[in-house]
Design a protein around this ligand. Structure first.
Ligand SMILES: N[C@@H](CCC(=O)N[C@@H](CS)C(=O)NCC(=O)O)C(=O)O
Length: 254
């Protein structure tokens, strides 16, 4: 069996797939996709992932896309311990409802402070024409880059994304009352899929969001202590790695 992973060190979607693969002890061939050079939008990459985003893996010659789908695939194809999905259909439905929520709400929301506070300089350095050309080739993210508008999101969008992240933390705090994991006793793909978003928030200096949520704080420490987590977050894969300083402006800090 061969598995080739196309990914990016610092992409949260890539990180969740790397955690799953590490939990299962699955070996993979490394293919880094250079997002800053738009390698994700080349015809070669689009041929395996028409959405033009990372990650993708090619397993026995077949491309599998969408990080959450990829995590479920890994759990199905390598069904040995640890099992990352509940056997019970109702619990499995709970897990999938979390996965849907994580994809729709915090995964989207965390991009706003990430781009605003960390990735914006790359776009500010572009001329209007260069930015428009970059934006137009991004079929999936064109609208996102319209809203980023080269120099930053509106205050309303920024504030709304912070509210969504706060709501996510509150929901997890409530769920963990029946923990120790999001779906009760069992550590699942739901824990794995949301953890890199917490890592991203921590690296952006936003961990105050869960300062008053002791169960979330404890859950995140338990996630970080897992060997698979440490394997997935290798040197150079954190936003704070090779970074002089965070570019959080005091007025923008949550
Ligand atoms: N729904 C997709 C989203 C993937 C995604 O948005 N990937 C980001 C990195 S986390 C990406 O490739 N962005 C392209 C870019 O920044 O140019 C998934 O979960 O796989």
């Amino acid at each position: 069996m061969s598995l080739v992973l196309y990914h990016h060190d610092k992409s949260t979607c890539s990180q969740k797939v790397r955690i799953c693969l590490a939990e299962k002890g699955v070996e993979w061939e490394n293919r880094l996709v250079d997002l800053s050079n738009a390698e994700n939008l080349t015809p070669e990459y689009l041929a395996i992932n028409p959405n033009g985003v990372v990650p993708t893996f090619v397993h026995n010659g077949r491309p599998i896309i969408e990080s959450t789908v990829m995590c479920e695939y890994v759990d199905e194809v390598w069904p040995d311990e640890p099992k990352l999905s509940p056997e019970d259909p109702a619990e499995r439905a709970d897990m999938r409802a979390w996965l849907r929520f994580i994809d729709e709400v915090p995964s989207m929301a965390v991009r706003v402070p990430s781009f605003q506070n960390r990735f914006l300089d790359r776009f500010k350095a572009m001329s209007e024409e260069e930015y428009a050309a970059f934006r137009e080739q991004n079929t999936l993210r064109r609208e996102f880059f319209m809203r980023l508008n080269r120099t930053g999101f509106s205050d309303q969008e920024y504030d709304n994304s912070i509210r969504q992240l706060e709501m996510t933390v509150a929901r997890i705090e409530t769920a963990l009352a029946n923990g120790p994991w999001l779906v009760g006793d069992q550590y699942t793909i739901a824990d794995i899929c949301v953890a890199p978003l917490f890592q991203r928030m921590e690296d952006l200096g936003m961990s105050d969001i869960w300062a008053e949520s002791p169960r979330v704080a404890d859950w995140f420490e338990r996630m970080k202590a897992r060997p698979a987590y440490q394997e997935a977050f290798y040197e150079g894969s954190r936003l704070t790695d090779q970074l002089d300083q965070l570019r959080l402006q005091p007025s923008e800090a949550p």
